[in-house]
Ligand binder design. Structure first.
Ligand code: ZN
Ligand code: FE
Ligand code: FE
Length: 168
């Protein structure tokens, strides 16, 4: 379903469509994280990915909650952007033999995912407020905060350790 297809007429429709987009993305991410946990060598990276899988399962529940609060049924709409980000990650990870370089590649891929989520939640929070739903906005803001924290943890791990080992 294209963004400008006829089923999106109002700002409210656009909000629900974007909720369906992030719902699809979160489910896809929950399916991809176990492989990333398996591929990671650095124990801290593995632990961070495991922690974020738990958070991601919660993100799915919060998005479902927002659907219900908004009077809409939880439903996914295909998100070609997250499919592309994850396909690219799988492709690159499949090519890297050195475990330290692979860890650096996994962090880069995970940060691309986090940034996609951050842009979606940033938009959804702003739209929910504008639609007069601060209650929906505050639930979505919890996910946004956790994505931002996950992203900055990865930056710290990369810059303090993983990139150094990858460069050796
Ligand atoms: Zn998430
Ligand atoms: Fe999308
Ligand atoms: Fe995330």
């Amino acid at each position: 379903m294209g963004l400008f297809s006829k089923d999106i007429k109002t700002f409210d429709d656009l909000f629900v469509h974007t909720l369906q987009d992030i719902y699809y993305a979160e489910k896809k991410i929950a399916k991809s994280l176990p492989t990333m946990i398996e591929k990671a060598s650095d124990p801290q990276l593995k632990a961070d990915f495991k922690h974020h899988l738990g958070e991601t399962e919660n993100h799915i529940l919060r998005v479902e909650e927002v659907f219900k609060m908004h009077g809409a049924k939880p439903k996914t709409t295909k998100c070609p952007a997250i499919d592309g980000i994850i396909d690219e990650a799988d492709e690159i990870a499949g090519d890297v033999a050195d475990p330290h370089v692979l860890d650096a590649a996994l962090i880069a891929a995970a940060q691309a995912v986090e940034h996609y989520e951050m842009t979606r939640y940033g938009t959804l929070v702003a739209w929910a407020k504008r639609l007069g739903r601060p209650d929906c906005a505050s639930v979505l803001a919890k996910n946004l905060t956790e994505e931002k924290n996950a992203d900055s943890k990865l930056t710290k791990l990369a810059e303090s350790k993983v990139n150094l080992q990858a460069a050796e």
